[in-house]
Design a protein around this ligand. Structure first.
Ligand code: ADP
Ligand code: MG
Length: 395
């Protein structure tokens, strides 16, 4: 089994990022900030329906060593990039001007400037342990690291949800990726040993839900299938449009406004291609509520069947799973995992599996063997614990 080691001590990572910054830019950074990746426990494809989600932050983080500049220039470098420093002018930032990975951090400056905040330039160096393209929101981690650093460097005094909105605007309007608010809210607002109960209609009212995973003898595996099916982007847009059309047909502002009790009637009234989408969104919002109740009662193991039901709904109603994620879920459950589901937008990416402590290797082996038997590359498996949101690190 190909298991990623526990994240390296953040203090030494921060010191290394500061050293690298000095080598690149010839001066010490003003500070080093960290923003985590995330997994969503339950509540998938609900955020753009004004609904609910329950993400937690990962211990894997994107570190940002940053120093403010007074001349309006923006320089960017990433330890995971091609080695080059990208040199931009803040005043010239506009959608389409920047391509590639730098569009995520540059987009945050564009969004801040567009919202009327008085910001200047900076030298930035990133170094991340968040796997990219695995559905763990390395893009939100990049954006949110910039947002919290700029908040401090330019004394903006924004709230967590305000920073998350700026980061989301960067991804939507500048990087051109249509995503909801969940990823950025998780990266900014999560706290250790808790999941974040998010209401996408009012991110300000988010709530920490205690999630004592380890104390309850449980572990959470994140199993990256390393598969991405290309239909992803277009499918996301058409699913989103389908949900909006269904809400309009039902005379509702968003699908979040359809009470579960009215679901059967709504399903009869809707065109056949829209009904399963609506059933997923309504039952998924209910699953978030149920998961929050179980966690508040201190029963983390009860998440298991909720996760598995969520997967069935994404597979059968929303139709965003794929053979590889279905296989991981089946193999994990067969090896005794209390619950498993695909996480993220779908068509590949990662699966989360709740497992009993001590069973991680057995479940990982079963999944890896099933993958090998089907002729797939071995998945990447890491263990997730509910970690803290974006913050400044002490050097
Ligand atoms: P996810 O957010 O699920 O990881 P995305 O496709 O949204 O997947 O974002 C991945 C992209 O973000 C990468 O292809 C890369 O362009 C960029 N990225 C993320 N982290 C870094 C990093 N530390 N350095 C450079 N680019 C990064
Ligand atoms: Mg992303």
């Amino acid at each position: 089994m190909n298991r990623t080691a526990q994240p390296e001590d953040e203090h030494s990572r921060a010191a290394r990022a500061a050293d690298a910054f000095h080598q690149l830019y010839g001066a010490s950074p003003d500070g080093v900030w960290a923003a985590p990746g995330r997994v969503n426990l339950i509540g998938e494809h609900t955020d753009y329906n004004d609904g609910f989600a329950l993400p937690m932050a990962l211990p894997q983080t994107t570190l940002l060593a940053a120093r403010a500049r007074t001349d309006g220039r923006l320089r960017l470098h990433s330890a995971q990039g091609d080695g080059r420093i990208t040199d931009l002018v803040v005043a010239d930032l506009a959608p389409g001007v920047v391509t590639g990975w730098t569009s995520y951090p540059a987009g945050v400056l564009w969004a801040l400037a567009g919202a009327g905040y008085g910001i200047g330039g900076a030298d930035l160096h990133f170094d991340s342990t968040v796997p990219t393209g695995a559905g763990l929101s390395s893009s939100a981690a990049l954006e949110c690291a910039v947002a919290v650093a700029y908040d401090e460097l330019y004394r903006l005094a924004l709230t967590g949800p305000e920073l998350a909105r700026i980061a989301q605007r960067a991804e939507n309007g500048f990087a051109g990726v249509p995503c909801g608010i969940m990823d950025q809210m998780a990266s900014v607002c999560c706290t250790a040993e808790a999941a974040l109960h998010l209401d996408a209609r009012s991110p300000e009212s988010h709530r920490q839900v205690p999630f004592d995973l380890l104390g309850q003898g449980l572990r959470l595996l994140v199993i990256d299938t390393r598969v991405t099916h290309d239909l992803g982007d277009g499918a996301y847009a058409s699913l989103r449009a389908g949900c909006e059309r269904a809400a309009a047909l039902l005379g509702l502002p968003a699908l979040r406004d359809l009470p579960a009790a009215e679901l059967p009637r709504a399903l009869r009234a809707l065109p056949a291609e829209l009904a399963p989408l609506v059933r997923h969104v309504v039952t998924e919002n209910a699953r978030v509520g149920e998961a929050v109740s179980r966690l508040e009662e201190g029963d983390a193991a009860a998440l298991g069947p909720i996760l598995t039901a969520g997967h069935a709904s994404l597979r059968d109603d929303y139709r965003v799973s794929c053979p590889e994620t279905d296989l991981v879920v089946t193999a994990a459950l067969a090896a005794g995992a209390p619950g498993a589901r695909m996480t993220g937008g779908g068509f590949g990416g990662s699966v989360i599996a709740l497992v009993e402590a001590g069973r991680q290797d057995a479940v990982g082996r079963s999944v890896t063997e099933a993958f090998a038997a089907a002729g797939h590359r071995p998945p990447h498996i890491l263990e997730a614990t509910p970690a803290a949101g974006a913050r400044r690190l002490v050097l």
